[in-house]
Design a protein around this ligand. Structure first.
Ligand SMILES: Cc1ncc(COP(=O)(O)O)c(C=O)c1O
Length: 429
């Protein structure tokens, strides 16, 4: 117990300084139930961030816990040199729910690895090293995925790999082209043509795009965006990679894959991680056989297709279907956004409330007319929400966007409690 109280000191002594935590006084989480999580001082929090939108089924889900315990008793690990049943079961399940023809999966441990594999497949099959990414993008923390980041604070390695060209993000609140939707006719997507023609070999392997830019501040493209983008890329033979590390599995409230269900666009490759196994480390790259099989290997991922993580993922997907949690994401997301938009009528610091399902962003500004960013207020909101026993996240190029990405099991009471705390925290500011 004595040690627990000194966790900030322990971390300082023994963890890398780069591993920065939220809050002036870091929070140590010990256990939880449903949408609530407890710290080491016994405080209970309503979790509006789910460990960076990862605890899909919240805390202590009995079905996941049972499946994990059963699996751990018999076979914890195999490596990709051997097959195991849970990995094959999961691959079959994914092939069932993925868009038609996307029947092959590669399993890894994280979103970064999933994106590494996606870009590797694209580069191999298209025989080009050039890639496109979006301004404000975030795709992970390996050297290659850092090179795909469209935010300078996340491009903080001493070396960057070349061959990535950036396309303006469909950030309508701060349109990079100074235009207005819908009269812009999605000029930002069409701009990809200009980028391809001026900054690549003329036929870049792929464009990677988050369906909603999460770390970038829940930037939510307009409905026709991905259609226009795909049409723009097609003449160049450039593949579209949907990074659904945050947005996948129903969080956006329409179907398992947001780009497919919400935007009606089938990308060439889908990547995901985070919520797939309700918190167990897992990464996945999904594509069509003709693309998947262009890379002959050999390739190893020691923990990829881990039987325990694979079981956790299969059970998570079953529970999402059984409890109709995708519809719940939609319902709770609409209730939360409506409540926050109402608060926006009273509090001028709310510049915009945006998102889809339980991917919600609230952009804070000092002044609505100039949209001057308010990262200081975002930091304070996190602390004020903590005081009211609610956890939220933040992001955005300027650190001024609150991120609300709770577990899929958020219920009516949770949303009501959340909005109450949110209103009080705004008042306190
Ligand atoms: C959209 C997106 N892609 C990739 C990643 C990287 O995932 P990981 O941290 O599991 O490597 C993240 C992590 O936040 C992400 O948000």
């Amino acid at each position: 117990m004595k040690m627990l109280q000194n966790n900030a000191e322990r971390a300082k002594r023994h963890l890398f300084v780069a591993q920065q935590t939220y809050y002036e006084q870091p929070l140590t989480l010990v256990d939880g139930e449903g949408s609530h999580v407890r710290d080491n001082e016994g405080n209970e929090y309503l979790d509006g961030f789910a460990g960076i939108c990862t605890n899909t089924l919240g805390y202590g889900d009995t079905e996941v816990a049972q499946a994990v315990a059963d699996q751990a008793k018999t076979l914890i690990h195999t490596s990709t040199l051997y097959l195991n049943e849970p990995m094959l079961d999961l691959a079959e399940k994914i092939a069932e729910i993925a868009p038609e023809g996307m029947t092959k999966s590669f399993f890894s441990n994280s979103g970064s690895e999933a994106n590494e594999m996606a870009t590797l497949i694209a580069r191999t099959s298209k025989k080009s090293v050039d890639l496109l990414a979006l301004d404000h993008a975030y795709h992970g923390r390996t050297a290659y995925t850092v090179a795909l980041a469209g935010q300078s604070q996340w491009r903080n390695f001493a070396t960057q790999m070349p061959h990535v060209a950036f396309v303006p993000n469909p950030y309508c609140y701060r349109c990079p082209l100074g235009m207005t939707y819908p009269s812009c006719e999605i000029a930002c997507a069409k701009y990809a043509k200009r980028v391809i023609e001026s900054q690549t070999d003329g036929a870049p392997a792929a464009m990677i795009a988050e369906t909603i830019s999460g770390v970038g501040g829940i930037i939510t493209p307009p409905p026709e965006y991905f259609k226009v983008l795909q049409e723009t890329l097609a003449p160049f033979g450039t593949l579209l990679i949907a990074d659904e590390v945050q947005a996948g599995w129903g969080r956006m409230g329409d179907g398992f894959f947001g780009m497919v269900s919400t935007y009606d666009v089938v990308p060439d490759i889908i990547t995901s991680a985070k919520g797939l196994a309700s918190g167990f480390p897992i990464g996945i790259t999904i594509t069509r056989p003709e693309l998947a099989d262009t890379f002959k290997g050999p390739h190893i991922n020691t923990f990829g297709g881990n039987p325990v993580a694979s079981r956790a993922a299969s059970v998570t997907l079953d529970v999402i279907e059984k409890r109709d949690l995708i519809a719940n994401c939609k319902r709770q997301g609409e209730a939360l956004m409506a409540g926050m938009r109402d608060l926006g009528k009273k509090y001028e610091i709310i510049g915009e409330v945006r998102g889809k399902g339980l991917m919600i962003g609230v952009e804070l500004v000092h002044d609505r007319a100039t949209k001057r960013v308010a990262p200081d207020l975002a930091t304070k909101m996190l602390e004020e929400m903590r005081k009211r026993k609610v956890l939220i996240g933040k992001g955005g190029r300027y650190g001024n966007v609150l991120r609300i990405q709770p577990p899929f099991i958020f219920n009516d009471n949770d949303s009501r409690d959340f909005l109450k705390a949110f209103g009080e925290a705004l008042a306190a500011l």
